[in-house]
Ligand binder design. Structure first.
Ligand code: PGA
Length: 253
C-alpha cells in the first residue's frame, strides 16, 4: 500500500440482489461507514456496484455517507438505439461516480475486446465517471508464463492514455469466484509490472492510478493482500454481498 494513493474497496454485486435484502445491506454499510468516518477510522474510499435495477435506490440509501456508487458496465455511446444497454451519462445522472469496464465476465461471456473496453472506459471519462478497467490472465495463460504479457496487452489496449481518472483492477480469471487467491508474491509481481506500464502509458500521472486486486478477496486474506506493495485496494465479488464480510475487508486497510 502506498500512502499517497487512498485505497479503494469496491463491492461488485454482479447479477445478485433483490430490493429488500439489498437495501438493508446498503443501509447497514452506509451506517458503518458514517460511524467510521466520524471516528476517524475509515482509511479507504468505499464503493458499491449493485446491478442497474438497484443503483438509484442504493444511491439514495448511501447519500450523505462516505460510500459511492458505480455501475458494472456501460455502453460506449451516450444514448441511442441500443436496447438493454445503459450509458455512462445515465449512470452519472443518477449519482454514480464510477463504472467497472472490461470485467472478465464481460470479456468472456459478452466477447468484449480491448477496443470495446477502451471505448467504454473513454465513455466513462466523457461522462465524468472514473473507469475501473479490469485486466487478468486465465489459468492457461499463467501456466504458459504469459501472465505479465497478457495483462500488459489488456492494459495498453483498454485503458485511455489521456487521463488519470482510471482505476485498474487486476483480477486473475482463475481466482474469481473460485476461493483461490493469487499469492502476495504473484500479486506484487503483476502490480509492479502494471505500475511500470501505467507510467509508460500515462507519464507521471501513472503514479496516481490506483491498482486494485480482485479474485476471492475475503476478510481473512485481505490484510496480506492489501499490505502488498502497489496494491491500492480490492474489487470484491462474493464477499461484498454480506455486510460483515465486506466491512471486514474495509477495516483490513
Ligand atoms: P470474487 O469476484 O470476489 O467473488 O472472486 C471478484 C470479481 O469478479 O470482481
Amino acid at each position: 500500500m502506498n500512502r499517497t494513493r487512498r485505497p479503494l474497496i469496491a463491492g461488485n454485486w454482479k447479477m445478485n440482489g433483490l430490493s429488500a435484502a439489498s437495501t438493508s445491506l446498503a443501509a447497514e454499510l452506509a451506517a458503518r461507514a458514517t460511524d467510521a468516518a466520524r471516528s476517524g477510522s475509515l482509511r479507504a474510499d468505499v464503493l458499491l456496484c449493485p446491478p442497474a435495477t438497484l443503483l438509484a435506490e442504493v444511491g439514495r440509501l448511501v447519500a450523505g455517507s462516505p460510500i459511492a456508487t458505480g455501475g458494472q458496465d456501460c455502453h460506449a455511446e451516450a444514448s441511442g438505439a441500443f436496447t438493454g444497454d445503459v450509458s455512462a451519462e445515465m449512470l452519472a445522472d443518477i449519482g454514480c461516480r464510477y463504472v467497472i469496464v472490461g470485467h472478465s465476465e464481460r470479456r468472456s461471456l459478452h466477447k468484449e475486446s480491448d477496443a470495446i473496453v477502451l471505448a467504454k472506459a473513454s465513455a466513462a471519462l466523457r461522462a465524468g465517471l472514473a473507469a475501473i478497467v479490469c485486466v487478468g490472465e486465465t489459468a492457461a495463460e499463467r501456466d504458459a508464463g504469459q501472465a505479465l504479457a497478457v495483462v500488459e496487452r489488456q492494459l495498453r489496449g483498454s485503458a485511455p492514455s489521456t487521463s488519470a481518472a482510471v482505476v485498474v483492477a487486476y483480477e486473475p480469471v482463475w481466482a474469481i469466484g473460485t476461493g483461490r487467491t493469487a499469492s502476495p508474491a504473484d500479486i506484487g509481481e503483476v502490480h509492479a509490472h502494471l505500475r511500470q506500464v501505467l507510467k509508460d502509458h500515462l507519464g507521471p500521472k501513472g503514479n496516481d492510478v490506483r491498482i486494485l486486486y480482485g479474485g476471492s478477496v475475503k476478510a481473512a486474506n485481505a490484510g496480506a493482500i492489501l499490505s502488498t506493495a502497489d496494491v491500492d485496494g480490492a474489487l470484491v465479488g462474493g464477499a461484498s454481498l454480506k455486510a460483515d464480510d465486506f466491512w471486514g475487508i474495509v477495516t483490513a486497510v
